[in-house]
Structures are given as structure tokens and as C-alpha cells.
Write a protein that binds this ligand. Structure first.
Ligand code: NAD
Length: 477
């Protein structure tokens, strides 16, 4: 089946007539076609968005926009199972994760629907013959380049906030995972979103993505993906002075001190690296353990890793396949390097005997005593590979935690209140979790990084500041 682009509430083929094949990561088999968009398709989507921004959508009263987004959220809730099935097949996510993602997209839209009419400006004290006020205005047309790991969630957090702020959106999903977002577009049109407010063009990053980043009709870009591509997007956007939000992943540390509640920590540590087969920007991919409890923690974690089951997404295993052969090969190359450098594999999960041979599988791996400066402890592997590192003192833990070029999320496990706050303030990270990790998805919690993890914040109310521009109005009476 061919899935077309969604422009001005119409389904249209790519103008060049080209398509791309969609592969099921669980078995490596093709099962659908998507439009392969180029510059002309992106241009058509931008024109549709500009017309919406200048028209009914741009003029819509905030309360009305809020009701419309609430309707969309309810419709997405009704379609949760359908969305989850599409997402699971397209990305290889186990069904329970796909269901959580489908629930999350509805929750993001609900959150931002509730925020639309609370986005106040301010008045500023000034000489008495002036009244000065600030108003928050939408950028106009926002571009959204979405990766393949969490299409529904990342759409919810960036497009949800951008629409709520009154922007019209042009979305370029990842070539490996677009189908759930095309379904969301269908649901949005049925819920009454005016033509042009939301447009989706599928295609390759180097073609459709590059065309979107460089298009002078785009007023702001939100990008989630790799640092290399993020840099290209920011450079292209700089050509027409469009501000950019970059969310580029990480090598997030979880720091476990000897006074921590190990029973509470161990299942969370495991989940933080096997969720979505480790293809999570905020995956807890480095585990720093105080030496006094290192052997105990590694023993308990090894048992858990060995008990994980990896298999086809629809069977709802602990760990599904990776997104494509390239990603699977990339993860395997890191593991080969670990072996050749003498880094011990402490444990590995089990691959289902029924897992189709053509699927892109890599069972979860726990690596022990990884030198902190090694590539395995420094680079984003984006697979279910946890690098464990022992440490002795708090200062050493902090120095290792802050030693990568990233700074997205950190987890700190200790009962010592002073240490919790000391480290939370000193660790280089956009989010810090103490005695928990990820905080249940955290729709309400501002999210984003520093260094190679990117800049700008999405999620929470904070995102609305990024998707608006501030105007100051000074009135002399
Ligand atoms: P990528 O950054 O190249 O792709 C992300 C998105 O950017 C996709 O929609 C893609 O089509 C688009 N894109 C690619 N080239 C583009 C360009 N020149 N201009 C504009 N858009 C472009 O990521 P990838 O190649 O799919 O994966 C490579 C690595 O990136 C992974 O191994 C992983 O480490 C990292 N990654 C991180 C995240 C994250 O959430 N932080 C998500 C996906 C991938």
C-alpha cells in the first residue's frame, strides 16, 4: 500500500512520483510504500502552512484552538490501539511500549490544549507616561524533523506545543518510521484541524529533510536526531535566520552510591537501557557504581539481563528488534570493539528461537569495568548496551559523569540528601532524577540538553516559550 503526503488536508503523491519501501524490523520484510518527497513537495507543504497561518488557523481564538486540540486528544485516545499497532510494526517496538507512546501523544496534545489560553504576556514597570507590555506570538510556520525512535511521542511534544502556540506545522518524519504520524494526520483532519495547520511530507533526510531546513518560509525548526545531522540542520536554518531547537541524544549516567536502595534501583536501571531496545536519546547507557557494592549490583543486574527475552515486536517481548540493518550493524560493531579491547561481557539476554532470521535483533548486553574514556563509555551506541564503570569517591563519580561531550539526563541514587543536591547541581545535564529515572515519561517536565545533546527545551510549559516569539509594545500616553 502507498502512503501519501498530507498537505492542506489532502493526500497527495510526491510530485516526482517517487516512493520508498517500508521494512518491518521484526522480519526484514517490505510491507508498504511511502512518498519520497523532494524540494517541490516541501515547498507545497510550506505554502499550505503559510496560508493557514495567515488565515483561519492563525486568527483562531485561543479558547477555540484549545477545544480543537482537546477534540484531537480525545480522538487519539480512541485510536490508541490502532496507533500502537501501526507504531509497533513500523518501528519494531514491543506492543506495550507502542501503547505507551500512543497514550503519550494524546496526553501531550491534552496538556498543550490546556495551556493554549494560559500563555500570558507581562506588563513592565516604566516611566508613568508609558505602558509597556509583552505578548507571545507564534513564529508562523514551524518545521519538525522527527527521528524513528519515538515518532508519536516526539510529534506530540514538538508539534503539539507548536500548534498550541498557534503555529502551522510542516513535519518530516524519519524515512524508517512515518506511518503512525500519517494516521495522526488523518485523525487530526477528522477532528476538524483546518487545512494547512498540519502538513506531513515523508522522504529521505538528505532530500526532504534538507529541503525543509533550508526553506526560507520556515520560521523555526525543531530537530531530534544525531549531532551530525543536527549541525547540518542548524547551518541550513542559519541561512534564513530561523531559530532551531536541537535534541541530539546523550550518554546519560546513572550514579549508584553504596547507600542506595539497590532493590529499587536495579529494575529501573535495566529498563532505562532496554526500553525501545536502547534506541532512546535519554537511555541510561552508563552505570557508575560505587566500588563497595559493584560486585553485588553487577550480579543482580546480570541475572536480570540474562532473563530478558528479545523477539518480534508483536509478541510483546522485553526487547524488540533495532530499527534497521544499519543500526543493528552499528551496535554489533561496538560490541566487536569491546571484545577486541578485552572489555568483559558480564551478561547477555536471550533471543527467541522463533525470531525471524531477517529481523534486526540484538539482545541486551551488560559490559563490566568499561574504562571511562573508552568509546563504549563516551559515544551514543543507540542500542541495548549498558556500560558499567566502578568508582570510589563522589568527586570521581562526578568527574566521570561529566566526561562525555553530552549532557541530557542523569540519575543519582543515594539516601544522602546533601549529596543528592550537591550532585544534582554539579552534574552537566538538562534533567536530573534522584532515586528514580525518567519519571514516567514526564510530559510536564521541561526536557533538553547541553553540549552535544543540543539546546532549547521541549515538553512542559517551557516548550511554549520556544515555539513563540516575544514582542514588546511600548505605548506613550
Ligand atoms: P539522523 O539524525 O540522520 O535522522 C534524524 C532525522 O533527520 C530523520 O528524520 C532524517 O530523515 C533527518 N535527516 C537526515 N539527514 C538530514 C539532513 N541532511 N537534513 C535534514 N534532515 C535530515 O539519524 P539516523 O541516521 O537515523 O541515526 C543515526 C544515529 O543518530 C543513531 O545511531 C543515533 O545515535 C542517533 N539518533 C538519535 C536520536 C535521538 O533521539 N537523539 C534519534 C535517532 C537517531
Amino acid at each position: 500500500m502507498l502512503h501519501k503526503n498530507f498537505i492542506a488536508n489532502q493526500w497527495v503523491e510526491a510530485l516526482g512520483g517517487q516512493t520508498l519501501t517500508v521494512i518491518d524490523p521484526s522480519n526484514g520484510q517490505p510491507f508498504a510504500e511511502i512518498a519520497r518527497s523532494g524540494e517541490a513537495d516541501i515547498d507545497a507543504a510550506v505554502q499550505a502552512a503559510r496560508a493557514a497561518s495567515a488565515g483561519a488557523w492563525g486568527r483562531m481564538a485561543p479558547a477555540e484552538r484549545s477545544r480543537l486540540l482537546l477534540r484531537l486528544s480525545l480522538a487519539l485516545q480512541d485510536q490508541q490501539e490502532a496507533l500502537a499497532r501501526i507504531e509497533s510494526r513500523d518501528t519494531g517496538k514491543p506492543m506495550k511500549q507502542a501503547r505507551a507512546d500512543a497514550a503519550a501523544v494524546a496526553r501531550y496534545i491534552e496538556f498543550y490544549a490546556g495551556a493554549v489560553d494560559k500563555l500570558h504576556g507581562t506588563t513592565i514597570p516604566y516611566p508613568s507616561d508609558y505602558t509597556v507590555l509583552t505578548v507571545r506570538e507564534p513564529h508562523g510556520v514551524t518545521g519538525h524533523i522527527i527521528p524513528w525512535n519515538y515518532p508519536l511521542q516526539i510529534f506530540g511534544r514538538s508539534v503539539g506545543a507548536a500548534l498550541a502556540a498557534g503555529n502551522a506545522c510542516v513535519v518530516k518524519p524519519a524515512e524508517d518510521a512515518c506511518l503512525s504520524l500519517l494516521k495522526v494526520a488523518e485523525i487530526a483532519a477528522e477532528a476538524g484541524l483546518p487545512a494547512g495547520a498540519l502538513n506531513i511530507c515523508t522522504g529521505l533526510g538528505a532530500e526532504a529533510g534538507a529541503a525543509l531546513s533550508a526553506h526560507p518560509g520556515i520560521d523555526h525548526i525543531s530537530f531530534t536526531g544525531s549531532p551530525q545531522t543536527g549541525k547540518q540542520v542548524a547551518l541550513a536554518a542559519a541561512g534564513h535566520f530561523a531559530p532551531v531547537t536541537l535534541e541530539l541524544g546523550g550518554k546519560s549516567p546513572q550514579i549508584l552510591f553504596s547507600d542506595a536502595d539497590i532493590d529499587a534501583a536495579v529494575p529501573v536501571l535495566l529498563n532505562a537501557i532496554i526500553q525501545n531496545a536502547g534506541q532512546t536519546c535519554s537511555a541510561g547507557s552508563r552505570l557508575l557504581v560505587q566500588r563497595a557494592i559493584y560486585t553485588d549490583v553487577m550480579g543482580r543486574l546480570s541475572e536480570r539481563f540474562k532473563a530478558t527475552r528479545t523477539g518480534p515486536a508483536q509478541d510483546d517481548p522485553d526487547c524488540g528488534p533495532l530499527i534497521n540493518a544499519r543500526q543493528r550493524d552499528r551496535v554489533k560493531a561496538f560490541l566487536a570493539e569491546a571484545e577486541s579491547d578485552g572489555i568483559a561481557m558480564a551478561a547477555q539476554g536471550v533471543l527467541d528461537i522463533n525470531a525471524p532470521k531477517g529481523g534486526f535483533y540484538q539482545p541486551p548486553v551488560l559490559l563490566g569495568d568499561v574504562p571511562p574514556a573508552h568509546r563504549l563509555a563516551q559515544e551514543e551506541i543507540f542500542g541495548p548496551v549498558l556500560a558499567a564503570i566502578p568508582f570510589d569517591t563522589e568527586d570521581e563519580a562526578l568527574s566521570i559523569a561529566n566526561s562525555t561531550p553530552f549532557g541530557l539526563v542523569a540519575g543519582i541514587w543515594t539516601q544522602d540528601g546533601g549529596r543528592q543536591l550537591r550532585l544534582a547541581r554539579r552534574v552537566r545535564s538538562g534533567q536530573v532524577f534522584i532515586n528514580n529515572y525518567g519519571a514516567g515519561g514526564g510530559v510536564e517536565l521541561p526536557f533538553g540538553g547541553t553540549g552535544q545533546s543540543g539546546y532549547g527545551r521541549e515538553k512542559g510549559f517551557e516548550a511554549l516559550y520556544g515555539f513563540t516569539t516575544l514582542k514588546t509594545i511600548a505605548i506613550k500616553h
